[in-house]
Write a protein that binds this ligand. Structure first.
Ligand code: GRF
Length: 192
């Protein structure tokens, strides 16, 4: 999305030792992403694969895959990546790619999860970290956190309340992954 607050929450968790891992790189499709500033401030290499510079989605995906593979990460984290991840990338990073989504999946996948929740009239909303598979926001769920929807909430107020939980949820899921405590059994993620 450009703001990069989830990315920052992960960096903070690495810095204070909650996550025992290093970030090998930040890759963004948005040349104006503020996440890139955050990465540079933390001496993390930044690569931009600017979607608008490619003739087709296929070409973009190919270039992105090349960059991802050259980083050689143990885990690929999507934090505010607003595109559908292509088949080849999903295949390459099967079981080692996770995403944060601002809704309690499987409710409200896709864009504007918070708005969808509000419009539906749910009383509880939240966020989900899940493994990425070929279905949009559909992979096995690792961690979820919920928040109340309050009378008078607008989209902004609800999104802010959810975002606070996103900043806890994503580092927690990464920590569990890095500690080797996650296994996928069918649709379920078992936490040891
Ligand atoms: C978050 O709500 C995330 O769940 C969604 O996009 C937003 C990104 O925020 N996919 P930030 O860039 O991490 O601040």
């Amino acid at each position: 999305s450009g703001r990069g607050s989830n990315f920052q929450a992960v960096l903070d968790a690495m810095r204070d030792g909650r996550i025992r891992a290093t970030c090998v790189g930040l890759i963004t499709d948005n040349p104006k992403a503020y996440a890139a500033e955050r990465a540079r401030a933390a001496d993390i290499p930044v690569t931009t694969v600017d979607y608008s510079r490619f003739a087709s989605r296929e070409e973009y995906e190919k270039a992105l895959l090349r960059e991802l593979v050259s980083c050689n990460p143990d885990l690929l984290v999507l934090a505010g990546y607003m595109r559908i991840v292509g088949r080849e990338i999903v295949k390459e990073f099967n079981g080692r790619m996770i995403n944060i989504h601002p809704a309690l999946l499987p409710s409200f996948p896709g864009l504007h999860g918070q708005r969808q929740a509000l419009e539906h009239g749910v009383k509880v909303a939240g966020c989900t970290v899940h493994f990425v598979d070929e279905n949009l926001d559909g992979g096995p769920i690792i961690v979820q956190k919920c928040v109340p929807v309050l009378e008078g909430d607008d989209e902004e107020a609800l999104a802010a309340r959810i975002l606070e939980q996103e900043h806890r949820c994503l580092p927690e899921a990464i920590r569990l992954f890095c500690e080797g405590r996650l296994s996928i059994v069918g649709r379920r993620v078992i936490i040891r």
